[in-house]
Design a protein around this ligand. Structure first.
Ligand code: CA
Length: 225
């Protein structure tokens, strides 16, 4: 099992490394969010211990949000200086799996990590938002300005994919690969049909047309709503 520890405090990082290695885990340490992004790009970790307070422009919460937006579901345990409810909720909202307030007993950290490692990296995406559009992957519901948008499972999967790539021009073939099964052997016209369904579902609740047709290429979820 290989763990990534993201902590700028050298003394704390050293303590964590030694303690976790004594538990039998291999440990890499990153000192800030930039280092940590680099590390997860190279190594598939089994779990991450991430301090909320990091130097530079990105906090541990920003880093965790980025990780989930990248579609990486490695279990993350956040360390926070304040065990306040606000930090805990913020941590869980950005897709962390657990949190521990400093100071903590090392035995508790190890126990929580063992529990996360048992669970593995099943996708537990946090709620996606795009302007007034909110998609909750766990509860499988979509709201526009608080109004429920009724979608079939395929329409939901299509919108989910768009919302993970806001502003990107998505090719029909790319959408097919991600939203339809790999075994699907129909034509990419099915994408046009489903985009039309999705547009009508959204307009039914008063949403503007958020999905732009990029001629000859595909579709783009407008980055401003
Ligand atoms: Ca810190």
């Amino acid at each position: 099992m290989k763990l990534l520890v993201i902590e700028d405090d050298v003394r704390m990082a050293g303590l964590l490394r030694r303690g976790l290695e004594q538990e039998g885990w291999a440990v890499d340490v990153a000192g800030d969010a930039v280092d940590a992004r680099h590390a997860v790009g190279i190594t598939p970790y089994d779990a991450v211990v991430c301090d909320v307070g990091l130097p530079g422009e990105e906090s541990g919460l920003d880093w965790c949000r980025w990780l989930r937006q990248e579609g990486i579901w490695t279990p993350v345990l956040m360390l926070t200086a304040r065990a306040g409810v606000g930090d805990r909720i913020a941590g869980l909202d950005v897709g962390a799996d657990d949190y521990l307030g400093k100071p903590f007993a090392f035995g508790e950290l190890a126990a929580r990590l063992r529990a996360l490692l048992r669970r593995g990296d099943t996708a537990r995406p946090p709620v996606l938002t795009h302007g007034q559009l909110v998609l909750d992957p766990a509860r499988h519901v979509v709201h526009w300005e608080g109004r429920l948008v009724e979608l079939t499972p395929r329409e939901f999967a299509l919108l989910d994919y768009f919302m993970r790539r806001p502003g990107d021009v998505l090719r029909r073939t790319e959408i097919l690969d991600h939203v339809w099964d790999y075994g699907y052997d129909g034509t990419s016209n099915v994408v046009d049909v489903y985009v039309a369904y999705l547009r009508s579902r959204l307009s039914a609740v008063g949403a503007p047309d958020l999905i732009k047709t990029v001629r000859g290429v595909g579709y783009q979820l407008m980055s401003r709503t």
